[in-house]
Design a protein around this ligand. Structure first.
Ligand code: FAD
Length: 66
């Protein structure tokens, strides 16, 4: 065997961090399994938007910044 031996890796959580790590490992040929506790992408409301408009932006609405 050449190089450093890799052991199977468990990634707990299929969120942004977990899937990014999984993609990098998979691309490099490293075996892994992702464990996600939610049944599917519809299990809860997902994501949001970042609103930076002058009158409706999050910072403006919360702090009065204009
Ligand atoms: C309402 C809302 C809106 C947002 N909008 C934006 C936005 O517009 N732009 C932006 O950049 N960011 C936004 N974010 C932030 C972004 O979602 C987080 O920064 C990002 O998801 C963090 O990634 P993560 O992998 O660390 O965690 P998560 O994405 O939370 O992933 C963690 C995963 O691990 C799973 N998990 C946890 N415990 C276990 C367990 N014991 N076993 C198995 N699975 C488990 C969870 O079910 C989850 O799927 C928003 C967040 C929220 C809540």
């Amino acid at each position: 065997m050449t190089g450093t031996p890799h052991h199977p890796i468990a990634i707990v959580g299929g969120g942004l961090g977990g899937l990014t790590a999984a993609a990098v490992l998979h691309t490099n040929g490293i075996e892994l399994t992702v464990f996600e506790r939610e049944a599917g992408r519809d299990a809860r409301r997902q994501g949001g938007v970042l609103d930076i408009h002058h009158d409706t932006g999050q910072a403006g609405g919360l702090s009065g910044i204009t």
